[in-house]
Design a protein around this ligand. Sequence first.
Ligand code: GUN
Length: 284
Amino acid sequence: MGAIVMDGNALRDEVVAGLAERIAGLGSPEVCLATVLVGDDGPSHRYVASKRRKAAEAGMVSRHEGLAADATQAEVEAVVGALAADDSVHGILVQLPLPDGLDPEPVLDLIPAEKDVDGLTERSMGRLVRGRAGLVSCTPLGVMRLLEKYAVPTSGRRAVVVGRSTLVGLPLSLLLNRKGVDATVTMAHSRTADVATVVREADIIVGAAGQARMITADMVKPGAAVIDVGVSRTESGIVGDVDFGPVSEVAGWITPMPGGTGPMTIASLLENTLAAAQLQGVVS
Ligand code: GUN
């Protein structure tokens, strides 16, 4: 029997339509998302373009700051600092990775927690660790939305997150572990011994390592939920961490790639932007 395919495009459209309705009902205040993109990486340009397109569909204003690949650290920090100080900007997204030679940490440090729609700053991550309310990074939030939408049981279940990045693996492990979600979470990574055995124990498997098709059917417990967050650029195009065809024969639920977690990252970014405007008292 084939797995239920978790349709990220359909859920994103639902979220964007809901946001559009809420924002239209607010009347005059404009909700503004600022995007910062440094360099000329093609996929990053495409990601940011779709974030801005969906922001417009949700009724938000977006402001874009594009910098050349040879921009200096000081130039990038000046742009982000100005957005941080601008009351008409409610959310700031600095697309990562920055070009080689630029340090993202001091750039992210300039983003006030209430404008941190990517949830990547120390204050936002600290709140997540402490279980306090705050803006949570978009891909992990999008994965949680998909699990909720498809009623995937989490309480008391085993979850394995493969990959420990601060963008995805680490915050997602914390969310799955939260009270109310209550999964028992294992973080696996490139140094994990016998990763196949670890993954095979899981009811929820998240591939977030960026290793093309590393989650194979023999690693999946029958009926498990398999979530693909990996993105590898190969000669045959962009490939996820999950070997979709064979795994979908074994899994209970599976995200497609593309069309699974990617669209949900954008949906969460827009939800966070409205939440950020609320935190700043701009909208109720
Ligand atoms: N690069 C790839 N995914 C993301 C994301 O969710 N946020 C940012 N800022 N950069 C990314």
